[in-house]
Design a protein around this ligand. Structure first.
Ligand SMILES: NC(=O)c1ccc[n+]([C@@H]2O[C@H](COP(=O)([O-])OP(=O)(O)OC[C@H]3O[C@@H](n4cnc5c(N)ncnc54)[C@H](OP(=O)(O)O)[C@@H]3O)[C@@H](O)[C@H]2O)c1
Length: 235
């Protein structure tokens, strides 16, 4: 059991970085409240990591689903100590003018509006308790750009701006930071890097470094642009 057991809220726990972080936080004795859209994976997480951990089928792009999720878990667990806005989508590689309108909207809805939805329904409880850390997952592509991922870049640059503004709004005791996780071999990376993804660390290997790094973020980091210190990370 860690010296101080934290309540960690993670969006997008069904695979990739979210899943690897959930497993590592729980291994270290913390409590994870997670969500994702995939029912099968969420059911499997519930079985593998029972209460006090809590896994729910929630689409973060749907404000009413996030509201209902927040109402339930805030009642059972109180405000999270660490809120990780990790869930995101990437467009299929294509020049901007070839990205269909519905696909562009989906990326915006999850990566920007989804983050705002989670902040809308969880941060008031964190403010009431006068402490807590909000980490919004950005990307190297939130600080630089590449061809064929313009919608994704647009959302991650938005996350950097949204988070800096949020940091200016929070009362003392809280912090909001944009985080570049580095480059990790997940389904998302395989989508945009294809075969090149296998040159990068696996999510569980990354989580061994990322989770202790996340646990050290505190109110004095408010507004800082952070990067997980792994091989392949870049600013
Ligand atoms: N991997 C990298 O190298 C890399 C680099 C830079 C930044 N990032 C960022 O790191 C975060 C995690 O990326 P990843 O590589 O782990 O991606 P991933 O493997 O594609 O996993 C994304 C997760 O988000 C969930 N998700 C997507 N849409 C959702 C929605 N509407 N509601 C709830 N959950 C949703 C997915 O679950 P469901 O499909 O079940 O909903 C999945 O669990 C993202 O913010 C990404 O932009 C990753």
């Amino acid at each position: 059991m860690p010296a101080s057991k934290k309540i960690v809220l993670i969006t997008g726990v069904s695979r990739g970085l979210g899943r690897a972080m959930a497993e590592e936080f729980i291994r270290l004795g913390h409590v994870v409240l997670g969500c994702g859209r995939s029912e099968k994976e969420i059911a499997q997480l519930r079985k593998q990591f029972p209460a006090p951990n809590d896994f729910a089928v929630v689409d973060v792009a749907d404000d009413s689903q996030v509201a209902a999720w927040a109402k339930r878990v805030l009642k059972s667990h109180g405000a999270p100590d660490l809120l990780l806005n990790n869930a995101a989508l990437i467009n299929r590689n294509a020049p901007l003018w070839k990205v269909p309108a519905p696909e562009f909207s989906d990326v915006i809805d999850v990566n920007i509006k989804g983050v705002a939805n989670v902040i809308r329904h969880f941060v008031p409880a964190m403010i009431q308790r006068s402490r807590g850390v909000i980490v919004n997952f950005s990307s190297g592509w939130g600080r630089s750009t590449d061809a064929e991922v313009a919608p994704y870049c647009a959302t991650k640059w938005a996350i950097e701006g949204l988070t800096q503004a949020l940091a200016q709004e929070l009362p003392p005791g809280l912090a909001a930071v944009p985080l570049n996780p580095g480059i990790i071999n997940t389904a998302m990376l395989q989508s945009c890097f294809a075969g090149g993804a296998s040159n990068y660390p696996a999510a569980d290997e990354w989580a061994k470094i990322a989770v202790p790094f996340l646990l050290k973020i505190n109110h004095s980091n408010n507004g800082e642009q952070l990067t997980v210190p792994i091989r392949g990370s870049f600013d």
